[in-house]
Design a protein around this ligand. Structure first.
Ligand SMILES: C[S@@+](CC[C@H](N)C(=O)[O-])C[C@H]1O[C@@H](n2cnc3c(N)ncnc32)[C@H](O)[C@@H]1O
Length: 277
């Protein structure tokens, strides 16, 4: 088979297409990223060139084709209890305040969104924490979880994990919420049933506009793939999704500096939490 050649011009067009559709920005010096991720797929499809693939992406109007592309270019790394200091702050001061405010306002539910949930470890971590927190008793607990990639959503719904994913889970949680079968860890139905998964493209207003009135949003380790303009768009959608005084967690290596001033950043136990004001 003749090796595929990716010209600079076609690279730019594919890169711009990806950016326009999902906000992920691939800089000029990362042409190899496109070659590594897309080259094999193009040959599997018996296409002769990157140009043929680009043509299909642009003109076939096939949503499935776009989804396959998103699957190929996204990074889905995640695990349970990632950045545990944030989970502690959520479980401590943030939930305490949410519970107090919701009680005062007569709201009988706690509503969370894991926006870019990948294979589900983040929303399921939040689910277990909510179940274990005695203050949440009597509240309806709703966790929405979303991602742009269909394949990670399918895997999230099955809720079966390998040892890498569960390596930060304490013995207490392991015993209570997982069943081990040949090093495959199945999550308990009590946690699975708390989370509703859906396909949402964070830079598409049509997808995000139905998220409203949330108490807490987690959007961790995805903003790093966006440029400033895409970050601003996503963060503005997250802002609109929260109720007044609601909380936003982004990844510990991410920042809203130069992106927005709409949130009030608060430091709790060395963790930055953004509050909608
Ligand atoms: C590194 S994972 C982060 C998972 C989890 N939040 C965590 O911190 O462990 C990033 C996820 O963002 C998703 N993603 C990338 N671009 C997106 C977009 N435009 N809309 C929604 N999700 C997107 C990817 O599919 C991937 O699953």
């Amino acid at each position: 088979m003749t090796p595929l050649v990716l010209s600079d011009e076609t690279f730019r067009q594919i890169r711009d297409f990806i950016y326009e559709k999902c906000g992920i920005f691939i800089p000029d010096n990362k042409k190899y990223f496109i070659e590594n991720r897309l080259g094999k797929k193009i040959q599997e499809k018996n296409l002769k060139s990157y140009e043929d693939y680009l043509y299909i992406l642009k003109f076939s109007g096939d949503k499935k084709e776009h989804n396959t592309l998103f699957d190929l270019v996204t990074t889905n790394e995640t695990f349970f209890f990632r950045e545990p200091q944030q989970i502690d702050v959520f479980n401590g001061e943030v939930l305490t305040k949410v519970i107090a405010e919701n009680s005062k306002a007569g709201r009988k539910d706690i509503r969370i969104w894991s926006a870019a949930s990948s294979t589900g470890e983040e929303p399921y971590t939040l689910g277990m924490v909510l179940l274990e927190n005695p203050g949440t008793a009597g509240f309806r607990k709703e966790i929405l979880a979303s991602d742009i990639s269909d394949s990670v959503l399918t895997s999230a719904k099955s809720a079966v994990y390998g040892s890498y994913s569960i390596r930060n889970v304490s013995e207490h949680y392991m015993k209570k919420y997982f069943t081990n079968s040949n090093q495959q860890y199945q999550l308990a139905a009590s946690v699975k049933s708390m989370v509703k998964f859906m396909n949402v493209n964070l830079i598409d207003d049509k997808d995000t506009k139905s998220f409203r009135g949330l108490d807490v949003v987690f959007c961790r380790n995805v903003l790093i793939y966006f440029d400033e303009k895409a970050k601003q768009k996503v963060v503005s959608a997250l802002y609109d999704s929260l109720r007044p005084n609601g909380y936003l967690f982004i990844g510990t290596s991410e920042s809203l500096h130069n992106i927005t001033r709409a949130f009030k950043p608060t430091v709790i136990n060395k963790v930055i939490v953004y509050q909608k004001v």
